[in-house]
Design a protein around this ligand. Structure first.
Ligand code: DX5
Ligand code: ZN
Length: 224
């Protein structure tokens, strides 16, 4: 069943406990937490203490997306803070350091994941296919919520699904950015397992219904 991971980047930061409770009450699968350092992306969001605080108030899996330079410096702290899934960006350090960081994440009992920006070719992921439990294909330029879905990224997820089926079939594919009721069926058609939704979730008139719609395995054409 496809999963939905609402991104708290679109929530009220003054009331994150209510936001994660709301995500749970509406039947969503994971909580997506966007960490930005103002260097890897031109924006700053939240960090380790917020992940630790969220860990205390939710039992949903915390899907932590690090948009930070040289993540090897901080992955241990994010694992300790309570991340269940920890995603680092392929572009954020040397290939060797990315390998080391992914292994460190796994050694700490957390699911290691890697992400690529829209301009990074999917071939760049080849050295990491066996080392990760999830690959996040960005469908917007990382840094901000509320941007338009980049349809051209779907070719990547389809190719990836083929590669992963051969070498690491348990590995899941996630997309992030511009996913809404119109774009999520295309994601599912292209082999995506987990859909991050920031604005679409928090702006949905009926969030529970939106969650069910995204989780539906079969495509339907009617408006949810
Ligand atoms: C963007 C973040 C996303 C963001 C998605 O850099 O990684 O997780 O919250 O927001 P929407 O769903 O509004 O595009
Ligand atoms: Zn994200």
């Amino acid at each position: 069943m496809p999963k939905i991971a609402p991104s708290i980047l679109a929530a009220d930061f003054a009331n994150l406990e209510a936001a994660v409770q709301n995500i749970k009450d509406n039947g969503a699968d994971w909580v997506h937490v966007d960490v930005m350092d103002g260097l890897f992306v031109p924006n700053i969001s939240i960090g380790i203490p917020v992940v630790a605080a969220l860990r205390k108030v939710t039992d949903l899996p915390l899907d932590v997306h690090l948009m930070i330079t040289r993540p090897i410096r901080y992955v241990g702290k994010f694992c300790d803070a309570g991340a269940d899934w920890l995603t680092i960006h392929l572009e954020a350090d040397t290939e060797e350091n990315i390998h080391v960081a992914l292994r460190l994440i796994r050694s700490l009992g957390v699911h290691p994941a890697i992400s690529i920006k829209p301009s990074t070719p999917v071939e760049a992921l080849k050295p990491f296919l066996n080392e990760v439990d999830m690959i996040l294909v960005m469908t917007v330029e990382p840094g901000f919520g509320g941007q338009k879905f980049m349809y051209d990224q779907m070719a990547k997820t389809k190719v990836l699904r083929g590669w992963l089926d051969a070498v690491n079939p348990e590995c899941v594919i996630e997309v992030d950015g511009g996913v809404d009721k119109y774009t999520c069926p295309i994601c599912k058609e292209h082999g995506v397992d987990v859909m991050v939704t920031g604005s679409a979730y928090f702006k949905a008139e009926d969030r529970a219904q939106f969650v069910k719609y995204v989780q539906q395995p079969i495509l339907i054409n009617e408006d949810y």
